[in-house]
Design a protein around this ligand. Sequence first.
Ligand SMILES: CC(C)(COP(=O)(O)OP(=O)(O)OC[C@H]1O[C@@H](n2cnc3c(N)ncnc32)[C@H](O)[C@@H]1OP(=O)(O)O)[C@@H](O)C(=O)NCCC(=O)NCCS
Length: 189
Amino acid sequence: MRIQPPVFKTSRLILKPVSITDIPAYQKYFVDFEVIRFLSSAVPWPYPENGVEYFLENLILPRQGIDRWCFGIYLQTKPDELIGCVDLWREPRPENRGFWLGRPFWGQGLMTEAVGPVTEYAFSELGFDVLYFSNALGNLASRRVKEKSGATLLGIRPASFVSSEFTEAELWELKKEKWMESKRIISEF
Ligand SMILES: CC(C)(COP(=O)(O)OP(=O)(O)OC[C@H]1O[C@@H](n2cnc3c(N)ncnc32)[C@H](O)[C@@H]1OP(=O)(O)O)[C@@H](O)C(=O)NCCC(=O)NCCS
């Protein structure tokens, strides 16, 4: 059964399911070596000309709301331009989530803000009991987003990335109880 992902609002952002109208903005911000170098070597580089279109039309949209929930990230001040994504999927491989943000938007706490409602949705609505995350060892911003959501580092394993400077991946686990507990503590302050 397909249930379209909902729309979320945070203090600065709107999160909504990506659509084909997002292709130009996705292309503009994602096709940037500084973004893509941190991703799995399964992502091609140089990035093919129709790569975004192919990815959305063939890999995301047919699965959207079935076993994949790909949220576009938009600024409330510019709600029609996608600036990044948080992508969640059911089967761990070994992780259940990926994210990226266009370079002009880094370092403002936006991804920390974006992952909150998606994590909550995964645990409260989609029935996940645990989420696995992964990042290149050395991707400190991505690591920090995970640490701040209460994830626990499980270990480090060999892995290959678009940039050959990265040769290992960190694997993280976030259990539902830990997420609910950290939310409770935050709400008491
Ligand atoms: C990873 C990414 C999404 C982070 O987005 P962001 O909105 O800039 O992240 P935030 O601002 O919410 O927070 C990141 C945290 O990392 C820290 N950080 C950011 N850049 C850092 C760096 N180069 N070194 C160390 N820490 C860094 C920030 O200070 C912040 O921690 P703090 O709140 O304790 O100060 C973004 O850098 C990105 O898209 N990178 C390329 C793609 C990518 O790596 N995707 C993830 C693959 S696993």
